[in-house]
Design a protein around this ligand. Structure first.
Ligand SMILES: *[C@@H]1O[C@H](CO)[C@@H](O)[C@H](O)[C@H]1NC(C)=O
Ligand SMILES: *[C@@H]1O[C@H](CO)[C@@H](O)[C@H](O)[C@H]1NC(C)=O
Ligand SMILES: *[C@@H]1O[C@H](CO)[C@@H](O)[C@H](O)[C@H]1NC(C)=O
Ligand SMILES: *[C@@H]1O[C@H](CO)[C@@H](O)[C@H](O)[C@H]1NC(C)=O
Ligand SMILES: *[C@@H]1O[C@H](CO)[C@@H](O)[C@H](O)[C@H]1NC(C)=O
Ligand SMILES: *[C@@H]1O[C@H](CO)[C@@H](O)[C@H](O)[C@H]1NC(C)=O
Ligand SMILES: *[C@@H]1O[C@H](CO)[C@@H](O)[C@H](O)[C@H]1NC(C)=O
Ligand SMILES: *[C@@H]1O[C@H](CO)[C@@H](O)[C@H](O)[C@H]1NC(C)=O
Ligand SMILES: *[C@@H]1O[C@H](CO)[C@@H](O)[C@H](O)[C@H]1NC(C)=O
Ligand SMILES: *[C@@H]1O[C@H](CO)[C@@H](O)[C@H](O)[C@H]1NC(C)=O
Length: 873
């Protein structure tokens, strides 16, 4: 009677009162509406609170099912979905309670969201293991996958895997904690096979709030059965652990022929499948003294358990405690000889055992690498880092030992444009053997913890801007041969001319005493240099640098400058600071070389540190500084060459090329973005101090880039009024408040930018030669009072502008040139508003295009409407 042992009776009647762990509220529920725009909402049908998926996933795009499928019958959480056109595996990362058993449900409703009428097939993974294949019949199919699974760590990953048969997507993802003494298996998780509300009262799916665990119960009827019901509540005052919904238990099936048993047959193709079964009984009738209901349960003809005497209005659950197998599973519930009444069955559940054999990567390694993932925003890193091996993260290496969780043993982040310090999270990758951080822009010291990583055999830190000294432990380990260490601590500061090679320290496996001596000497030399220059060093966390820049040389000798400029052959411009020459670097990059005249180089001790910093500030609307020369009294700066010169040239009357209104708005927006970056993207923020059309340069694509940023603090400026008070800037662009208070803030740049914007709009100079309305802002103020925008805008445009965008641009500019700094907007705001102006003008031009009767234009408008329609619901 082995089978008998598989059965256990849960007769909890009046005794074992289970604490109502999650009674009647959603505590512990995680309900994610994938692709939803709203952060939270309550589904009116279930009362469940859903949240948007944006904090759980960093890939994919939000979509909505087509209008035709947004029916009343489709649950709101299924209206939106997230599709993953990119990447082989994309994952939701969800923080959960450790060691808790969860009911996990993933729902998929395609609803022809992409308008193609076809459905994809893809795989659903839980952590590193395949959970199921998702195969939709057609665009109107709704697929729900459910599993009961114990989360062994405090987070889990649900992944969608592209198997080459279409774009994976998901509509909803739900997690429900279950009490730890329910749905226990000997091994494996429970994949829901079927869960039935036998002879249902409602004939509808029952879930939360009726079911406190939000299981979904489907109605089930069978012709040979008949229904008995009670209007009274089941489990009113006490609960069985399984907490069956009263509405499900209030109805039961009984055989129409009272002497027949209730038979349940289950057929499954795979005869090796293992099942767990749960039957729920409650007596619904008040029995008389001469009545009794008793029945036995058998499985494939063998007695399994009995007799069962269901108790009145209380749930009794019978379940298997180990798995059943077989191709056909036949359960029979038949009354005992003594029983006057036929058997009953109120509800039944079947689960397929799913063994997840692949273990997840060690939690500590996962925690550490997830921190690194979010630090460097690696979207290509999805799911478990090591497992399964086929999905190993790019740049990672892991060890896989039989039943132990995989461990991270190598990490290659070479040439990834990393900035900031060496991340401390690396200290928790305790099994790491091989670490490559070479060719990045990492700054700061080489941390002590690296020497504590006991398995580390190879460490490559070359090509960064790290500073010494090296931790003694690392030197010790490279000396005794247990570690191969490569590091150059030189590139963060200018090296002596052409001795970069000599200062490039590489520590292969060093064993001899003699080499150790050399190493130690070299380190002290760097340390000394570091101390000397520290004052000028600035924090440049926010700077972005691409690998290619790193490979370019930064410091040039005077001889090299001569070569670059072909002996100062072509002069591009000249100012009070000196001359600008045209030139080419070795790799043929076109550059502009600014040589400072000896008279303008006084008191600039911080020159080098400042320049080093600027070399790392990188933004598409700032001109790039490639390098510099500081030899004797020769100071030169090598900039990216800007083929179309400065904005000033394009605004002057003498220039035959008239910039279009759209072009002007674009340049203004781009310049504003550059300034926004200096103010808000740089740490510490930088004030340009000399915003004017001459410092807004245009490349061959007419993209605007700010020039001379940041150097203004230490460098004399063209056309400077060097007041003894220290006020610097160009007349006409100078913030009046700064002139009074000498307090320099970003708002001073905003003022100057406002003046530039007015010039862009009007093509008038900042300071006019006429007596009246000398300053451009006074003139515009005067013209505004007249109320005609067309007289403010450059007459050369012949009114070919979007009037609203012109009004708006003037409004922004006038806000910027407010006399006091407080009402001036910040650059972030300015950028936003300018983008709107640009959009208005672009829309006007598009309108022209559509207006020409172009059919495709009309089609596009229609599509837009249908895409926007979901917003209205
Ligand atoms: C939800 O139920 C749990 C357990 O009964 C309780 O601890 C928690 O306070 C409840 N939360 C709310 C918001 O009622
Ligand atoms: C978002 O929430 C607001 C307020 O609850 C509601 O009016 C709007 O219809 C919702 N939008 C969507 C797409 O669910
Ligand atoms: C989609 O498939 C279901 C069965 O899975 C079928 O009942 C339905 O008619 C199909 N709908 C369409 C539009 O083909
Ligand atoms: C996971 O749990 C462990 C121990 O309970 C804790 O130390 C760790 O911080 C947790 N990790 C996260 C990501 O919450
Ligand atoms: C369930 O959890 C409780 C407390 O968290 C613990 O004492 C008990 O041993 C657990 N039971 C099972 C079957 O894991
Ligand atoms: C009821 O079932 C018994 C046993 O199978 C059978 O002998 C009897 O004929 C059935 N009665 C009816 C009315 O079908
Ligand atoms: C049971 O007892 C009731 C009276 O209490 C009687 O009417 C009924 O016929 C009895 N039923 C049987 C099966 O003996
Ligand atoms: C039938 O019921 C009587 C009295 O309740 C009891 O003594 C007897 O053991 C029962 N027989 C069976 C087979 O359960
Ligand atoms: C390393 O892991 C421990 C334990 O989980 C944690 O407390 C610590 O904060 C982690 N260190 C870093 C730098 O992340
Ligand atoms: C260190 O990295 C650099 C750049 O990626 C590479 O050229 C060099 O060979 C590496 N050194 C070692 C010892 O692996």
């Amino acid at each position: 009677m082995e089978i008998f042992e598989n059965f256990l009776f849960a007769l909890l009647g009046g005794f074992a009162l289970v604490a109502l762990v999650h009674a009647q509220n959603q505590s512990g529920f995680i309900s994610i509406d994938c692709g939803a725009e709203n952060t939270t909402y309550t589904d009116t049908k279930t009362g469940i609170k859903y949240i948007s998926d944006t904090t759980f996933v960093d890939a994919g795009i939000s979509k909505s099912v087509a209008l035709a499928y947004q029916l009343e019958s489709l649950h709101q959480p299924l209206w939106n979905l997230r599709s993953f056109p990119e990447g082989k595996r994309n994952c939701y990362n969800v923080k959960l309670a450790k060691d808790v058993r969860y009911l996990i449900r993933a729902s998929f409703a395609h609803g022809d969201y992409d308008g193609k009428g076809t459905v994809p097939e893809f795989d659903l993974h839980l952590g590193p293991n395949k959970w199921e294949s998702v195969i939709l019949g057609n665009v109107s199919t709704i697929i729900v996958k459910e599993i009961i699974h114990v989360i062994s760590s405090n987070s889990t990953r649900v992944c969608l895997v592209n198997t080459g048969a279409g774009t994976p997507f998901i509509s909803a993802l739900e997690f429900r904690p279950l009490p730890n003494n329910t749905y226990i298996t000997q091994s494996g998780s429970l994949n829901t096979f079927i869960r039935m509300d036998v002879l249902s009262i409602t004939n509808q799916v029952v879930r939360y709030r009726d079911d406190v665990y939000d299981r979904s119960w489907a109605p089930y009827a069978y012709p040979q059965w008949q229904q008995i019901t009670t209007p009274r509540t089941i489990d009113e005052d006490r609960y069985n652990d399984y907490q069956l919904p009263s509405i499900v238990m209030r109805s039961a099936a009984t055989p129409k022929n009272k002497s027949e048993p209730l038979l349940i047959n289950l057929v499954h193709e795979d005869s090796t499948s293992k099942f767990y079964m749960y039957m729920h009984f409650a007596e619904l009738e008040e029995l008389q003294a001469n009545q009794s209901r008793q029945f036995n349960i058998s499985f494939n003809g063998n007695h399994l358990y009995g007799p069962v005497v269901p108790s009145y209005r209380h749930t009794t659950t019978a379940y298997t405690t180990s798995a059943l197998t077989g191709e056909k599973l036949q359960f029979s519930i038949h009354k005992t000889e003594n029983s006057t009444l036929p058997p009953i069955l109120n509800a039944i559940e079947f689960y397929l055992v799913q063994d997840f054999s692949q273990s997840e990567t060690e939690q500590a390694d996962v925690d550490a690498i997830m921190n690194i993932k979010s630090l460097y925003k690696r979207k290509d890193w999805q799911g478990d880092p090591c497992a399964p091996q086929a999905f190993l993260w790019n740049g990672l290496g892991c060890s896989y030992n039989d039943n132990d969780p995989p461990r991270i043993t190598s990490l290659n982040l070479s040439s990834r444009g990393l900035t900031g310090g060496i991340p401390p999270y690396l200290s928790n990758l305790t099994m790491i053997e091989h670490l490559d951080l070479s060719n990045n822009s990492l700054t700061g010291p080489v941390p002590e913890f690296l020497s504590k990583l006991q398995y580390l055999r190879v460490l490559n830190l070359t090509g960064n801007m790290l500073t010494g000294p090296l931790p003694a432990g690392l030197v010790e380990r490279s000396k005794n041969g247990s570690l191969s260490l490569s590091v150059d601590l030189c590139s963060s500061y200018p090296c002596k001319e052409n001795n970069k090679k000599k200062n490039n320290f590489v520590f292969p496996v060093i064993a001899s005493f003699a080499s150790l001596l050399v190493v130690t000497l070299a380190i002290s030399a760097i340390y000394w240099r570091h101390k000397r220059l520290r004052k000028g060093k600035k924090n440049n966390d926010s700077s972005l640098i691409d690998g290619s820049l790193e490979t370019k040389k930064r410091r040039f000798t005077y001889a090299e400058i001569t070569k670059i400029t072909n002996d100062f052959e072509t002069i591009l411009g000249e100012g009070s600071f000196g001359k600008v020459y045209h030139g080419y670097l070795d790799d043929n990059t076109e550059v502009a070389v600014k040589m400072l005249s000896p008279s303008s180089r006084q008191g600039y001790e911080q020159f080098e540190a400042e320049v080093i910093l600027l070399l790392t500030v990188h933004h598409k609307n700032l001109t790039t500084l490639y390098g510099y020369c500081n030899e004797g009294n020769q100071i030169g700066l090598i900039y990216e060459y800007m083929a179309n010169g400065s904005l000033e040239e394009y605004l002057s009357d003498s220039n035959a090329d008239v910039l279009s209104w759209e072009g002007r708005l674009r340049i203004a927006t781009e310049a504003a973005q550059g300034l926004e970056y200096l103010h808000l993207g740089c740490k510490p923020p930088r004030v340009h101090r000399d915003i004017k059309p001459a410092n807004i340069l245009l490349n061959d694509q007419f993209q605007a880039r700010l020039a001379d940023f940041g150097l203004s603090k230490t460098f004399p400026i063209e056309g400077v009024s060097h007041l003894s008070t220290g006020v610097a800037g160009t007349f006409g662009y100078l913030d009046p408040e700064y002139c009074q208070t000498f307090r320099l803030t970003e708002k001073s740049d905003v003022y100057s930018f406002g003046v530039v914007l007015l010039e862009i709009i009007t093509s008038r100079p900042a300071i006019a030669n006429t007596e009246e309305h000398k300053h451009i802002s006074q003139w515009v103020d005067f013209m505004l009072a007249q109320g005609d925008i067309k007289n403010i805008v450059d007459p050369k445009l012949h009114g070919d502008i979007d009037v609203n965008s012109a009004w708006k641009a003037v409004e922004i500019a006038m806000g910027c040139v407010s006399h006091s700094s407080t009402p001036r907007p910040n650059m972030n705001r300015v950028v936003m508003e300018l983008k709107e102006c640009l959009a208005m003008e672009t829309a006007r031009k598009e309108g022209h295009r559509f207006g020409s009767g172009d059919q495709s234009g009309r089609m596009m408008t229609l599509n837009l409407t249908s895409e926007l329609a979901p917003l209205a619901r």
